[in-house]
Design a protein. Sequence first.
Length: 56
Amino acid sequence: MALVIFQRLLSRLLALPSLQTAVSAPGSAHLLRPAWRIARSGPPDAGSGPAHPVTH
């Protein structure tokens, strides 16, 4: 059932280039937000000494 729905959506997406652009623009914006936050963040906090392994 899900495969049929996916195939129908994919065929409509490929048939309408404007729909493809409309779907990819928010997807790109969604990926740019965390990339921007990572780029703007400072270096990792290395002032707490050497790292220790986590054991349970």
